[in-house]
Every structure is written in structure tokens, then in C-alpha cells.
Design a protein around this ligand. Sequence first.
Ligand SMILES: C[S@@+](CC[C@H](N)C(=O)[O-])C[C@H]1O[C@@H](n2cnc3c(N)ncnc32)[C@H](O)[C@@H]1O
Length: 193
Amino acid sequence: MDYGCGNGRLWRNPGHHDFELMLFDPMIDDLRKTLGHIPVPFSIATSTADLPGNHFDVIVCSLVLMAVHSDDEAAKLLETIQKCLKASGRLVLALTHPCFIHQAHPDFVTSFSQKDGFSYNQAGNQYKVIINDRGTEVSLTDTHRNLNAYLDLIKQAGLTLTDMEEITCENSKGEALDYPSFLILEAGVSEPI
Ligand SMILES: C[S@@+](CC[C@H](N)C(=O)[O-])C[C@H]1O[C@@H](n2cnc3c(N)ncnc32)[C@H](O)[C@@H]1O
């Protein structure tokens, strides 16, 4: 399942085609017309109430959690995901890297790198993100959380971190930046204590 799928851009070029895909996004009714490019069969859930429990091998939640401003809502989102995962399933959570959000990135820049001061430990601060999506600029508001805050949310939802990867992008000259732009966290369902 792609939880918070947006325009489904993650599925433009899937590496293989032998999987079932479910898309969920609270804005799905506005996004339906943008999903025609997806080359694998998919179903759409329009509400969290339609999501099957204990069902998915993998749930991807990409660039969504920063857009959820309240911690209560973020906790609810992760609890919903935890319930939908099989016991052996994995959540793959993509975040703009919270440690380097104030730096310039090839595809996005934030107000932390412009006028707003950045305090890593000041969780809950909102900031503007300007994304360059293949030449089109999109502006949105995200909420900053530090790594500790993300890990607390993950644990409280009954999930356990299993892996992480920092993604470093290249600048326009093809040189790797000195810092990662994205953080990928992988989590599984926690064993009952
Ligand atoms: C920046 S877009 C990312 C879209 C897509 N996942 C991607 O990586 O391109 C953030 C998406 O999160 C969705 N979203 C916001 N709040 C959400 C929530 N509580 N549960 C699920 N999705 C949410 C928005 O509707 C939007 O489509």
C-alpha cells in the first residue's frame, strides 16, 4: 500500500509488476485523474475505514509525516499503518532528513534555509517547503520533528525500527552533496512484550 500516495509518482516506473497495489490518500478524489500513468493494477481506498487489517507485506509512506502537523494525528496515522501490516510486514517511511532541513537541496528548499532560524531541537515548528517537481514549483507547509520525536512516534504506534538509509542527492554538476536530503526509515510490527 502507498499511504498518502499523492499523484502516485512513486509508481511511474516500478521495478517489477507482480504485486498488488492499494493507494490511499485523504485527497484521493482530487488526485484520481493524476493516477492514469500507473502501469500496475491498483485499487483505491477512500477512507481509513476501508483499509484491511493485518494484510500488507509493505506499506510505503513517503513524504507524508512532515505534512501532518499535530503529533496526535501523526500517532494515529502510524497506528493505522501498524494495524494494516502483517506481523512480518514492513513500513517504509520516507522523510525529508530532519537534521539537514535548513540546507539547500536539489529538489526542494525550505524557509529554514532562507529567513527562518533553524533549531533542530525545537520540534513542532512549521516551515515552508518549495519543491521543484520537474520544472514546476509547489509550495507547502511542513512541521519539523527531530529524530527522537520520530522514533517516539514509531515506538508508540507498536512499531520497531529495523533499518535506515540516508539518501544523498547530486547537485546540477553531478557532484554528491555533503549532506543527505532524505531519510528512509524501515519499521516492523513490534513483538508483544
Ligand atoms: C508531499 S505529498 C507526498 C505524496 C507522495 N507520497 C510522494 O512521495 O510523492 C504529501 C501527501 O500526504 C497526504 N496526506 C496528508 N495528511 C495525510 C494523512 N493524515 N494521512 C495520509 N495521507 C496524508 C497529502 O494528501 C499528500 O498527498
